[in-house]
Design a protein around this ligand. Sequence first.
Ligand code: ADP
Ligand code: MG
Length: 728
Amino acid sequence: MAVIRFSSLEQVNKRKPVHVDPPSKDVADYFGINVFDDQKMRKFLSGEAYEHVKRAIYRGTPIDRKMADAVAIGMKAWASERGATHYTHWFQPLTGGTAEKHDAFLEYNGNGGVVESFSGKALAQQEPDASSFPSGGLRNTFEARGYTAWDPSSPAFVIGDTLSIPTIFISYTGEALDHKTPLLRALNAVNDAATVVCQYFDKNVSQVQANLGWEQEFFLIDEALYYARPDLSLTGRTLMGHASAKDQQLDDHYFGSIPERVSAFLKELEFEAYKLGIPIKTRHNEVAPNQYEIAPIYSECNLAVDQNVLVMEVMKRVSRHHDFRVLFHEKPFAGINGSGKHNNWSLSTDTGVILHSPGKNPKSNLQFLTFIVNTIKAVFEHQDLLRASILTASNAHRLGANEAPPAILSCFLGKEVSKMLDQIEEQVTNRKMTPDEKTELKLDIGKIPEILLDNTDRNRTSPFAFTGNRFEFRAVGGSANSATPMAVLNAAVAAQLRSFSKAVDELIEQGVKKDEAIFQVLRQEIIASKSIRFEGDNYSDGWLKEAKKRGLSNITDIPDSIHTYESAKAKQLFVSQGILGENEIAARVEVMYENYIMKVQIEARVLGDLAINHIVPTAVKYQNVLMQNVALLKELYGDDYESLSGNRVALIREISERVTEIKTMVNEMVEARKVANKIDLAEKRAAAYSKNVFPYLDKIRYHIDKLELIVDDEMWPLPKYRELLFSN
Ligand code: ADP
Ligand code: MG
C-alpha cells in the first residue's frame, strides 16, 4: 500500500478475521498443557526430586547437583513429549523484553553417535555470553561473563520446539543484571517482615506471599498502517500527527463490542496463554479507539511478572497472524488515552488470608488495618523511589496527561477505611485506654467488612488506590516490566513492616499490652503519613497545588527521578535488606540513564529524518502547486488575482515560515545532540538530553501538525491519526 488515506481504509477494514479454534471446548483440557507445573512434576519426578523442588519453591532452599540432574531428566522427558528438541534459559535483561539462547538437547554419546540429553548442570546454570546486554559497568570487558541461574519458583514451559527455563541473570561476582533478581530478594524481604507482623494476630502463619494481578492495556494497529509510519515502528509512538476530528470524545469505544478481527486475535491469544497456564480472565475495549485490555486472575508476584512478560511476547507473535501490530507504548498517540499496566497488589498468608482484605472479626480487622496503614506509610516514605520505578521515557508522556495520574504519588482509601483511620487517630491516645474506649474502637473496627461490601466507590484517578482487597498501583506503564515497581513496592513495605514490629515490640517490652501497642504505633504511622492520602481528583489542577502545599514531591524530569535511586534513603532501603548492593544500584542507575538517552536520541533522529525527508519536501511540493496556481491567476486576471486567490497567498507564506522553522529547529536539535554526546558522565549526558534535546520533539511536531492541516490530503506522506485509529 502506498499512501494510506481514509478513503483507502476499505482494504484494511475488509481483512478477514482469522479464526483459530482451540482443540477442545473445555479450557481445562488444555490449560497449562505446556507448563511443567505441579501436576507434571508429580508425574515426571521421583518423590525425592519433587520434594526438593517444592522446598526450593516455598522455602528457597538450594537444590544440589544430584537432585538437579534428577529434575533435568524428568523435565526433559516431559518437554520431549511436548515436542521440545531445544532448551533455553529465559531471562529478563535490563534492556526490557526477554532474552533467550537456544541449545539443542544434543550430546555425543562417547561411541561416535549422538544422544539427546539434558543435565542438572545445564538446567541450573548457563553462561549465555550475553556480553552486549547493558550491565552498567558491572562486567568490564575482561570479565564480560554473565550467568543465568534457574529460578525454580517460576515453572518451565514449552513454546514451539523449545523448553524455556525461567532464570535470573547475574554477573560473575553474583551481582544482579536483570529485573528478576531484585524482585526475588524483595519478595523474600516482605515475606520475612510480614510474617513477623502476622504473628501478633495468628501464630499459625509461617509464610506471606505478595500477589500481583496485572491489567495490560494496549493498542492494536493494522500492520499496513504500522509500516507506513516509521515513527511508530521505530519508536513505538507517533512523533507527529494532528488530532483526529473524532477520537474518544464520545466514549463510544470503552466497553463497546469488540470488532471481529480483534476478537479473533484475542481468542487465539487466550488459547496460547491458557496453554502456558496464564489465566486470562478479562478482555474489553478501553477508552481510546483501537485500545484494549486483558487481565488474568492474580497470582504470586514473581510468577505473575513472568507471565506478563511472557504474554507480551505471545501478543506480539499472535498479533501478526491477524495482520495487527500490538503497541504497548504508554502514549502512542498524543491527545488520547495512553496505556498503563495497573498492578493489583496484595499480601496473603499461607493460612489463606488476604492481609489487605477486611476480616470477619475485630482481631482480623485490626490485622487488616495494620497492613493498610503500613502500606500507606511505605508509599509515603518511598514516594520518590516508587515514582522512579515507573517513570520511564515512554511512561512520562502518559503521566500527567489528561487521563492519567500525575507524577505525584498519593493513596486513595475510600470513605470507610479513611474514616477508620481517622477514628484511630482521634480515639487512641498514648495513655492507657479505658475498657470502654477499647470496646468502642473494636466494635467499630469489627464493622468494616459490612461497610466495605456496599462501599463501591472507586477513584480511577488515583495512582495507588485501595480497591477492597488490594491496592492498585496504576501508575505503572504499559510497556514496563512490573518486576521493578514490584521490587520497590515490596521492599518499601518490608522495611516499613520491620520498623512497625520493632516499635510495637519496644512498647510491649515497656509493659504495654499487645493490642494497645499496635494501636499506638498505628496511630503514629497514620499521623506521619497523612499527607499521602487523597480522595479527590488526581487529574485536577487543584491537586497539583494542594500536593505542593502538603509537601509531596512531584518530579517530572526523568534523569532527576532516576537520581532518586542514589539517595541515602533509597540506598538504606535496598542495602539494609539485601535487595541491591551499592554497586548494583550504581550499575542500574547507569543503565537507566543510558536507556533514557538512547530513547530520546532515537526519537530525535527519527523525527529529524521524517521532518526533512518526508514532511518538508511534501510541504514544498504543495506550496509549488499553490504558487503555480497564483501565478496563473495573475497571468489571467492581472491585478485582480489577489482577490481571486482566496487565502492561497497567505498559505504560501505560512508554508514557507513553517518549513523554515522546522529546518532551523532540526539543525539546532542535531547540534544539541552533538554537544550532549560529548559529555562523559551518563547522568550529565541524560540531563543534557532532557533539557536541550527533548524539548525540540514537541516544538518541531507543532509545526508539522499545522502543516498536516494545510497540505493536500492526497500528498500527505503518512497515515493520519484518523486512519490509524479508525481501522480494524
Ligand atoms: P478492574 O478493572 O475493576 O480494576 P479487573 O478485573 O480488570 O478489575 O482486574 C483486577 C485484577 O486484580 C485482576 O487481575 C484480579 O485477579 C486482581 N485481583 C483481585 N483481587 C486481588 C488481590 N487480592 N490481590 C491482587 N490482585 C487481585
Ligand atoms: Mg483495575
